[in-house]
Design a protein around this ligand. Structure first.
Ligand code: ZN
Length: 57
């Protein structure tokens, strides 16, 4: 099974602004102890996504 370096973001939640994405990330972190979310800008759709793998990008 091959994984492409550019993620398919069609299944992901996308946020128009970084601030909004951060807001959601902090909220989810509070609900899930130990979870660490990071916001990143996506060239694919021009929006922001959250990732739980902070070292990957
Ligand atoms: Zn995207």
């Amino acid at each position: 099974m091959n994984y492409h370096p550019v993620p398919d973001c069609s299944h992901k939640k996308a946020y128009e602004t970084e601030a909004r994405a951060e807001q959601v990330a902090r909220h989810q972190e509070q609900k899930t102890p130990g979870l660490s979310l990071r916001v990143y800008y996506c060239d694919g759709c021009g929006m922001h996504h959250l990732t739980s793998r902070p070292l990957m990008w």
